[in-house]
Design a binder for this molecule. Structure first.
Ligand code: PMV
Length: 321
């Protein structure tokens, strides 16, 4: 039996701009996907349990069909990623059990964490020694295949390496201190592909305007690095607020997201807040003032969000025998 786990993520700065080559900064969080591999002679079975604390007890086969205990699009989607890893490694005669604490379809890197943890658990089970670098590269390739060619390497790199990652010309792991953030999820699922397409369409209509905004986002991503290093949280919060305004300018904000952002900022509970990821739904993040985490959570909950604290800079993929 082999077990592996990998973390989810939040994008701190530079989402959308990164698609057009500007730098972005993301961090691994302390919500994880766990994958268990056991021998199962004559069969290959994938079971998905407890996705994002919301589902339990679904079993699906390696083609992603739910085979027991009801039906769920989310479980089937997770199983498609696991099946893609099974195919890539050409494995059989195993039972793969996936459980995850990472909310799905929220921009928190749930599918990347599942792909990375599955790759690590299966390769280890087969006696193949995959380095973290190869896990990150292979996971990005598999995630893109399942998603139809979309996506920066941010999610899979963070799931593999953990910590903080800057994406600009390639993937750069950064050694930065941990912080607490409050995540607020709207109940609106986000659709990364649709949001990226909308932003790129806006860019082709107004290239000078959108490229100028992307450039500003890139400057923010770079400026944020020394702020985190020195834990200059006031400055970091201001950068988050500016980045949120720029994301609104390119049309990926929503009323629900901004309600959570303003609720967190209200009454001075957060030093800064912004949407995170593709937008159009999904989640926002807030940087709480010292001792204000639970008040920020209450404010977001009162604004009809689901809120929780996450620790940034967490460990990447881990294998346990
Ligand atoms: O949907 P998410 O949170 O995984 O974020 C997508 C981030 C984008 O910059 C919009 C797209 C990408 O591939 O980087």
């Amino acid at each position: 039996m082999t077990a592996a786990s990998a973390p989810g993520k939040v994008i701190l700065f530079g989402e959308h701009a990164v698609v057009s080559g500007a730098p972005a900064l993301g961090t691994a969080i302390d919500l994880r996907a766990r994958v268990l591999v056991e021998d199962l002679p004559g069969k290959t079975e994938i079971s998905i349990h407890g996705l994002g604390l919301r589902l339990s007890g679904f079993s699906v086969d390696s083609d992603g069909r739910v085979v027991s205990l009801g039906s769920s699009d989310e479980a089937a989607a997770a199983a498609r990623y696991v099946s893609a890893v099974v195919k890539a490694l050409d494995v059989r005669d195993v039972r793969i059990t996936v459980s995850s604490e990472i909310p799905v379809a929220s921009g928190l890197g749930s599918s990347a964490a599942i792909v990375v943890a599955t790759l690590a658990a299966l390769s280890h089970h087969m006696g193949i020694d995959m380095e973290v670098k190869s896990i990150a590269a292979e996971a990005h390739r598999i995630e893109k295949t399942v998603q139809g060619g979309l996506g920066s390497p941010m999610d899979t790199a963070l799931a593999a390496y953990g910590g903080y990652i800057q994406i600009s010309d390639g993937v750069t792991p950064l050694d930065l201190p941990q912080m607490d953030l409050v995540v607020g999820c709207t109940s609106v699922p986000h659709d990364t592909r649709a949001e990226v397409a909308r932003v790129q369409e806006l860019r082709s209509r107004y290239p000078e305007i959108v490229d100028t905004i992307f450039k500003a986002m890139g400057v923010i991503s770079r400026k944020a690095v020394p702020c985190i290093k020195d834990l200059d949280l006031k400055e970091l919060g201001r950068l988050m607020n500016i980045n949120h305004g720029l994301l609104e300018a390119i049309g990926v904000g929503t009323r629900e997201l901004s309600e959570l952002v303003y609720a967190a900022r209200g009454a001075g509970m957060a030093l800064g807040a912004k949407l995170t990821g593709a937008g159009g739904g999904g989640c926002m993040i807030a940087l709480p003032k010292e001792g204000m985490c639970s008040r920020a959570i209450t404010a977001i909950t009162q604004a009809r969000g689901r809120a929780f604290v996450v620790r940034t800079g967490c460990n990447g993929v881990t294998v346990e025998d």
